[in-house]
Design a protein around this ligand. Structure first.
Ligand code: UDP
Ligand code: LCN
Length: 808
């Protein structure tokens, strides 16, 4: 990049750069973000004679295309450049047009200065740097392989097995000796004492197995294997045991990464799983659509079901059912005594359609009963988490009759509790973020002090840094959740370096190239969401009840709007009325396009109708805005707004009812981390138009099995929908083609079976990695703990004191 800037400064581009900067200065803003930079550059080029060249092919255009931020200081201009995904550089251009690279530290100082928070004379601000802990661990080289951590790790581990076979074979041997279920020893017993004996006994066992038919059940030869030194866990039939032992035999002789992955994935080491999600309403009914609970609850409940099934299948395949093992999965959340119409005041709740999966609710300690008896926003719960983890530990040990084999945290609060519990119990820790707030709120770190009263980002971001570094592995739903796209910074990437003025500077917050990152997208509940065309599986009375609710029912308590022509093609959307979900943007787009209104009705399911029913400031303002848009564009007779919260089964049928009328689904969010409604709509067979900002970009393949929209460009958005509708009018089969392909996309890529299989295999491989290589991990964990004690806890205490004195 330095060379590119030098080139610019030596050529005609220099003049353009000078004029472009003076145009930026006229904006009277000191800090320009990518969109503003691109728009201003476009405006600048438009006014130039050779606009085409400057805009498309000049070196200046190249520089602009890599620029994420421009900071206009009094005597210099700073370009923050992202030459490739996950890499950041900064350059300062001085008044005399000389250029110099600046360090991360200088950039953070500059940002502080911009908000008048730079005062070196009063001493240095704390610097957080996790990089040294990753210096000795393996890192991925190519950014396109970020998120494929386990594949990389397996290659790395097997090459180590090659390099230092003695040490690694011992490690493998010792790892195999570890596994037990309650009091029962698994895999190998005391007859096998050394790695050499293991190797010999594997060969003897393979000879022994030859005399059995492939489908002979394990119980028929278990004693013979036991005499050789092998306990249950190798397989449920002669064939499966033989396969597993052959893998081990091959690993001992000539390690290969695929064999290593397959072998480790077969080791029975996970029987009890803990998922942590403390905040919000966590229940199975009547919780969706409330603030803080949405896709995260849906995701976890479906994941639990998938995990239990997979654990049962794995136990059976490994031959362990002879020991009558029943796996257990617990979702740990907070108990809310004033639970309104939910079950959140129950300590234990069995999860539907499972044999042994439970929601375990542990109350927050009663520092201030007015507060802790009630629902607390996720932005306020930080002071209660440490004691929650301590109290939960005892409950968990009782419920699980021991400690879990894997802890999975969800969202910043759950991830912090997962870190604390994993550390206390010495268990493998995985984290899942769903959506990190840091990138949702512009400048959330730079102006954290102004936002602190409402959002307490200082606690949340510190918790995130602790949890993401402490975790053994991180599961993300998409690639861009980790490192964004060519144009936009990823959610985890935004933790790479940042300033929290007056609190700390993060010089290296996370190693994005670490193999701990793995993309494992969620699935969709196929019992609830399935194609509209499977008429035989649908409940016809639900179907007509919901048809009535969607299109005709007149009931002011549930629905606003009466359709003049209910037979028009429905444009459907369903989301909470959060600003970021942008249902109001969709209504505005519809309002601005007469043509859309001629062809379609707009049907919105948005949880609430009246601002009096909400206490959430964002929700109230969205409700008011939606009424205002309906009036402004006179959408009466063309829109139905349903203020209902649907049960799970009804939400499945609603998509299908829209499918019956060849309707479409639009997901207009300003940013969507993943977007479960998109999977639900697609599997139901609805042509889906989803935001290009966030996860949907990876779910949908544009114009093949769905369409991208830019929710900030209403004209373009309407055009894309209208183009689809006109194609459907010309070719009556077009709707079916897209519908078919969207179903296929979900069935082949987004099922819970694929997800849980992968998650369990990751958990095993990272446990193995953790056991065999202790490189820097203890030091890293102690550093993370120091941040917890020295930054997080004092701030949590301050917030608690504030809570004690606030009237709720
Ligand atoms: N949902 C629902 N009722 C509503 C709104 C949403 O059941 O009124 C469900 C929806 O079917 C989906 C989830 O809530 O399963 C929303 O998940 P998504 O990932 O789309 O967004 P989030 O709300 O998590 O941001
Ligand atoms: C939270 C979100 O905002 C959604 O984008 C995801 O789909 C959901 O969680 C489940 O991960």
């Amino acid at each position: 990049m330095f060379d590119l800037i030098q080139e610019i400064l030596k050529s005609d581009d220099k003049n353009n750069l000078r004029q472009f900067i003076s145009l930026l200065r006229q904006l009277e803003k000191k800090y320009l973000l990518r969109n503003e930079i691109l728009n201003s550059f476009h405006d600048y080029c438009q006014k130039q004679e050779n606009s085409e060249h400057i805009y498309h092919s000049s070196n200046l255009s190249k520089l602009v295309s890599f620029t994420q931020e421009i900071i206009l200081d009094t005597e210099s201009v700073c370009f923050v450049i992202r030459p490739q995904i996950a890499t950041q550089q900064a350059y300062r251009l001085l008044e005399d047009f000389t250029v110099e690279a600046i360090s991360i530290q200088e950039l953070l100082n500059l940002r502080d200065r911009l908000v008048n928070r730079y005062h070196p004379q009063e001493g240095e601000v704390l610097k957080i740097d996790f990089q040294p802990f990753y210096d000795y661990s393996p890192v991925i080289r190519d950014p396109k392989n970020i998120g494929k951590g386990v594949a990389f790790l397996n290659r790395y581990l097997s090459s180590k097995l090659f390099d230092d076979s003695r040490q690694w074979q011992d490690a493998l041997f010792n790892f195999l000796r570890l596994h037990r279920y309650n009091d029962a020893q698994l895999l190998i017993n005391e007859r096998i004492q050394t790695q050499q004996q293991l190797s010999d006994c594997v060969k003897r066992a393979l000879i022994l197995l030859r005399k059995y038919r492939a489908d002979t059940a394990y119980k028929n030869f278990c004693t013979e294997l036991q005499n050789l030194g092998f306990e249950p866990g190798w397989g449920n039939t002669a064939y499966r045991v033989q396969e597993t032992l052959e893998m081990l035999d091959q690993l001992i002789d000539s390690p290969d990464h695929q064999v290593l992955e397959n072998f480790i994935s077969r080791i029975p080491m996970i029987f009890r799983i803990l998922l942590v999600s403390p905040h919000g309403w966590f229940g199975q009914e009547g919780v969706l659509g409330r603030p803080d609970t949405g896709g995260q609850v849906v995701y976890i409940l479906d994941q639990v079901k998938g995990l239990e099934k997979q654990l049962q299948e794995n136990i059976e395949l490994s031959g362990l059912d002879v020991l009558s093992i029943q796996p257990k999965v617990i979702v740990l959340t907070r108990l809310i005594p004033n639970s309104e119409d939910t079950t959140c005041n129950q300590k234990l709740e069995k999860i539907y359609d499972t044999a042994n999966a439970w929601i375990l609710r542990v109350p927050f300690r009663e520092y201030n009963p007015q507060l802790t008896q009630n629902w607390i926003s996720r932005f306020e719960i930080w002071p209660y988490l440490e004691t929650f983890a301590i109290d939960a530990e005892q409950e968990l040990i009782e419920q699980l009759q021991g400690k879990p084999d894997l802890i999975v945290g969800n969202y910043s609060d759950g991830n912090l509790v997962a870190f604390l519990l994993a550390r206390r119990m010495n268990v493998t820790q995985c984290i899942i973020a769903h959506a990190l707030e840091k990138s949702k709120y512009l400048f959330s770190n730079l102006y954290w002090q102004d936002l602190e009263e409402k959002y307490h980002f200082s606690l949340q971001f510190t918790a995130d840094l602790i949890a993401m570094n402490g975790a053994n592995f991180i599961v993300s739903s998409t690639y861009q959740e980790i490192v964004g796209t060519q144009d936009s910074v990823g959610q985890y990437e935004s933790y790479q370096s940042f300033t929290m003025p007056d609190l700390y500077h993060v010089l290296s917050g996370i190693e994005l190239f670490s193999p701990k990152f793995n993309i494992v997208p969620p699935g969709v509940n196929e019992d609830v969401y399935f194609p509209y065309s499977r008429i035989g599986e649908r409940n016809l009375s639900d179907r007509s009840r919901l048809e009535n609710l969607l299109f005709t029912l007149e009931d002011a308590t549930q629905v606003f709007g009466k359709l003049a022509d209910p037979s028009k093609r429905p444009i459907f959307s369903m989301a909470r009325l959060d600003r970021i979900k942008n249902l109001t943007g969709l209504a505005e787009c519809f309002g601005k396009s007469q043509e859309l209104q001629e062809h379609c009705n707009l049907i919105l399911i948005a949880g609430k109708l009246k601002s009096e029913d909400s206490t959430d400031h964002e929700e109230i303002s969205e409700i008011e805005k939606l009424y205002q848009i309906i009036d402004q564009y006179d959408l009466h007779g063309k829109i139905r707004w349903l203020g209902v919260r649907l049960s799970k089964d009804d939400s499945g049928e609603v998509y299908r009812v829209i499918g019956d009328r060849q309707g479409i689904f639009v997901q207009p969010a300003l940013f969507e981390a993943f977007g479960l409604t998109i999977l639900e709509a697609m599997i139901s067979g609805l042509p889906t138009f989803a935001t290009r900002f966030g996860g949907p970009l990876e779910i949908i393949q544009d114009q093949i099995n769905g369409f991208y929209i830019n929710p900030t460009d209403h004209t373009e958005m309407a055009e894309i929908i209208l183009k689809f509708i006109s194609k459907c009018d010309q070719n009556p089969n077009y709707w079916n083609e897209i519908s078919q392909r969207s179903q296929e996309r979900v069935y082949s890529n987004y099922t819970w079976k694929i997800h849980t299989n992968r998650l369990l295999s990751l958990a095993k491989i990272y446990s193995f990695w953790n056991y065999t290589s202790k490189e820097q991990r203890e030091e890293l964990l102690r550093y993370a703990e120091s941040l917890f004690h020295l930054i997080y806890k004092p701030r949590a205490k301050m917030l608690l004191e504030e809570h004690m004195h606030r009237h709720w």
